[in-house]
Design a protein around this ligand. Structure first.
Ligand code: FES
Length: 110
């Protein structure tokens, strides 16, 4: 599955990167920036950031379940990722965007 359409990063790329990143001694927290740098990619529009954070989190959980990475590295990574996920979450993420009628928008524009 493609996670970042700008750089064509897939969940498979992310899983490989996470295995390498979290396998290091003193592994850094696998934030989207760390994963992108590890893959030698640069974020462009950042539209994938929320999906990227949740994908990283899910893959860390999977690797932990499969005992492929250290549980300590998983725990600290998940704690940081949960904070990032909350930061990216909007109150009604799935809701339709609120449309302001034009006449009201004109009244409220500066
Ligand atoms: S979709 Fe990932 S940087 Fe644009």
């Amino acid at each position: 599955m493609i996670v970042c359409s700008c750089t064509v990063i897939t969940d498979a790329h992310i899983e490989t990167a996470l295995l390498e990143i979290l396998g290091q001694p003193n592994a850094p927290i696998p934030t989207p920036g760390v994963v992108f740098r590890h893959l030698s990619k640069k974020m462009n529009c950042c539209g994938c950031a929320p999906l990227l954070v949740s994908t990283i989190y899910q893959i860390v959980q999977k690797l932990e379940r499969e005992e492929r990475i250290c549980p300590c590295a998983c725990a600290s990574a998940k704690t940081k990722l949960e904070k990032l996920f909350v930061a990216y979450r909007r109150p009604n993420w799935d809701a339709e965007p609120v449309r302001v009628p034009e006449d009201v928008a004109e009244l409220t524009s500066v």
